[in-house]
Design a protein around this ligand. Sequence first.
Ligand code: NDP
Ligand code: OXD
Length: 306
Amino acid sequence: MHITVCVSQQKPEPWQQGLQAAFPEATVSVWQPGAPAADFAVVWAPPQAFFDQQPRLKAAFNTGAGVDALLALRIPEATRIVRLDDAGMSVQMAEFACHAVIRHFRELDGYEADVAERRWTYRKPRARADFPVGVMGLGVLGERVARALTVFEFPVHGWSRTPKAIEGVTTHAGEAQLDAFLSQCRVLINLLPLTPDTENIMNRRTLGLLRPGGYVINLARGAHLVDADLLALLDEGHLAGATLDVFRTEPLPADHGFWKHPKITVTPHTSARTLRDESIAQIARKIAALQRGEAVAGEVDRRRGY
Ligand code: NDP
Ligand code: OXD
């Protein structure tokens, strides 16, 4: 068995060493142009040349959860595409999302500003019932986030493509229920995959349906959000603020209006990081399962786009 590693923006050697330790008998190499064809690949944002030169891959394992960049490439039909299936990401996403919601709800930015001026002030407690939180995308990450929010007793709504039942969460499904879902929410958390159906899904019309004083938390992909529409709704006062972890161009360009906007909190695509050891262990288990002819979780449906 030959496994090749092609992970841009990350050091390939630790992936190679971890996989070699899991499969001592296998050849595990870091891909270079012209390298021999492999059976399995571990990839993050590989160049098109990688797939052009790897015609007999049985599976390509993405070192992240989102496969939008991968699906933009031409990949041999017979190559299965497998995404990371949690691998330590969902708990990170839950803590990040809950932190962003609570920071807004409890007005912690306001307290921080007061304390910086040595002002001992109180704000009127807000009612949780006035802050229904909506989670768009109820997959591996979104479901975990929705469940975590119920612990803090926020009213929680969720929206997915197909119907779901999650204890404590009011669920909605499909395009036909999108507007009803949005109009019940004040805080909106995006955890959708980026597909042709979801691109630009957060725009003037849809964000305008949120309750007045709405708050947007984008944790999925920058191209889900129409930047200018968010800025307009913030400036008009319909939205109270936003926490943005992902952007159309990353790193966020130095002159982008989001950096210094007083109502926007920017983080550098860090809400749920790939944990290398957990990911290597998961990929190794899946390679072994595929070798035995078994199905694996996290296989991407190319037609669906996630
Ligand atoms: P999943 O594939 O497990 O879940 C996707 C969810 O979105 C599913 O509930 C699915 O519905 C729903 N969905 C897909 N298309 C539509 C649609 N057209 N209308 C309504 N619902 C839809 O993905 P994950 O939870 O693992 O990850 C979500 C995204 O988070 C990733 O694609 C990635 O972009 C992003 N991400 C961001 C990270 C960061 O650090 N900022 C880290 C990791 C991921 P159904 O259940 O019916 O299929
Ligand atoms: C991912 C990501 O998709 O890091 O895993 O965004």
